[in-house]
Design a protein around this ligand. Structure first.
Ligand code: NAD
Length: 191
């Protein structure tokens, strides 16, 4: 399958491109760092032309340094541009990187209505980032309704890189009742 990956040079993008290639798929990378911009309809149209599937990761992140209008231009209008081009090109599968922030209950922002949180849990996003991700989900749903293209929205939680993130073993509880003495033995990264 030919897969267009937007945001291919980012943290998730690099691992996704490698995994897709390892699985035998042909990958077309698309990232601002290489001069490809999801805010440019012409460039997006050309990039989607031969794609069977799109993995849409390109976005501005949760950082408060990013102002709302920039967030909307890339995360919302950019997503709309990629969806529209994918639809016109007859892309069959579209995977969208949403975020747990779309729910608005992450990091104690608000208590969830219920646990476990399922797909039907109401969304209370208020941050520009969370709202932009939620709007991206709505645009995906709209595309599926109007064109039939399959869209999947992943509400990704925090992603960490095994190579750069120090990973420690959980605190040991075996050294006596109630002890939380820390272990100096690093845990191996789950494979
Ligand atoms: N990393 C996380 O913890 C996390 C959590 C939840 C959701 N997500 C979502 O997953 C996706 C990937 O996250 P990440 O951590 O790899 O982010 P990242 O910031 O590492 O990568 C995003 C990539 O998008 C590119 N990009 C930004 N604007 C662009 C534009 N206009 N046109 C083309 N490319 C553009 C950037 O150059 C960058 O390479 C994002 O949509 C993000 O919102 C990430």
């Amino acid at each position: 399958m030919k897969v267009l990956v937007t945001g291919s040079s980012g943290v998730v993008g690099r691992y996704s491109v490698a995994a897709l290639q390892e699985a035998g798929h042909a990958v077309a990378p698309f990232d601002l760092v290489d001069g490809h911009d999801v805010r440019d309809p012409g460039a997006v149209e050309r990039a989607t032309r031969d794609a069977d599937a799109v993995l849409h990761l390109a976005a501005l992140g949760v950082s408060s340094a990013v102002r709302a209008p920039e967030m909307v231009a890339t995360n919302v209008d950019g997503t709309r541009t990629v969806l529209a081009a994918a639809t016109r090109s007859g892309v069959r599968r579209f995977v969208y990187a949403s975020s747990v922030n779309a729910l608005g209950v992450f990091l104690g922002l608000r208590a969830p209505d219920r646990l476990p949180i399922d797909d039907d849990h109401p969304c209370y996003a208020t941050s520009p980032y969370g709202v932009s991700k939620l709007l991206g989900e709505e645009l995906c749903a709209e595309s599926t309704r109007t064109s039939g293209m399959s869209t999947i929205c992943l509400r990704i939680p925090n992603v960490v890189e095994p190579i750069t993130t120090p990973w420690r073993a959980p605190r040991s509880r075996s050294a006596g009742s109630g002890s939380t003495g820390s272990s100096s033995t690093p845990a191996t990264w789950p494979t």
